[in-house]
Design a protein around this ligand. Structure first.
Ligand SMILES: [Zn+2]
Length: 270
């Protein structure tokens, strides 16, 4: 959609950059409706399929059902392959604002939630921790997994912006709202606390809702992370030594390619 922040361009620039740097890519397999039913009500699936949903931020694009299924399928592939090495689904639309029953915030189906639910159902993992480091709270993911014994949801996000949730922790959903203007040092200190909670949970898989709208030049949010911060963030997460995969959420700046590259370098050891 012309003028919408969540555009194909944001993924294209990252893809070209990573390709140039020698990263390997695989084409995603499309998800099926049974995968979606693990976390979404049938009514929502039917509404996206018929393109009859309404949300002011989440446009009724042509063929959106197919694109949303591809993004979900890619997240599932990343989950399945993460036992061998760290994997990253560089796909859009994002997912973490999609709840059991609603689209929202540029999200149609919850890619990370579908892949995590599938990991547990298919025996790829017994306990999964989701770490959501997008600048926005993943209200959809929290809605889906609240009360689950197999899933821990941990989110670091900017307080008082969309969607307005995540101001406190509740049960298995641990939230770290931080003020606008948060810089590298304070962010990474909070990340360390978040990772301590994850270690205590002893998951056998870690799923990252990976947003790059925490970057200082992002047009939508007020965090002030430098591009170097992503290398450190990747390194700290990799030091947990848990089978890890990541799914792209937000990130709307022109330098998203460098931020993603730095993160992947960090995950690979520095
Ligand atoms: Zn976001």
């Amino acid at each position: 959609m012309e003028g919408h922040y969540e555009s194909p361009q944001r993924v294209k620039i990252v893809y070209s950059y990573l390709k140039e740097k020698g990263f390997a890519f695989i084409k995603p397999k499309i998800a099926n409706e049974n995968d979606l039913l693990l976390v979404h009500e049938k009514e929502l699936i039917d509404k996206v399929k018929a393109n009859t949903f309404f949300d002011p931020d989440t446009p009724n694009l042509d063929n959106i059902f197919r694109y949303a299924l591809l993004a979900c399928g890619s997240a599932i592939d990343a989950m399945r392959l993460c036992k061998k090495e760290f994997t990253f689904s560089l796909m859009r639309p994002p997912g973490h604002h999609a709840s059991k029953t609603n689209v929202g915030g540029f999200c149609y189906f919850n890619n990370i939630a579908v892949s995590v639910a599938k990991a547990i159902k298919d025996g790829n993992a017994n306990k999964v921790a989701i770490l959501d480091i997008d600048a926005h709270h993943g209200n959809g993911t929290q809605d889906i997994f609240l009360g689950s014994k197999e899933v821990l949801y941990v989110s670091i996000h900017q307080a008082f912006i969309y969607p307005g949730t995540g101001m406190e922790s509740i049960g298995n959903c641990i939230n770290y709202p931080l003020p606008a203007g948060t810089k590298d040092k304070a962010y990474i200190a909070t990340l360390s606390k978040a990772l301590d909670k994850i270690k205590k949970f002893e998951p056998d898989m870690l799923a990252l809702s990976l947003g790059f709208d925490t970057f200082m030049e992002d047009p939508l949010t007020g965090f002030m992370l430098t591009s170097d911060a992503y290398r450190k963030i990747g390194k700290i997460i990799a030091s947990l030594s848990i089978n890890t995969f990541a799914v792209l959420e937000g990130g709307y700046s022109k330098k998203m390619d460098i931020c993603v590259y730095n993160f992947l370098e960090g995950m690979e050891g520095g």
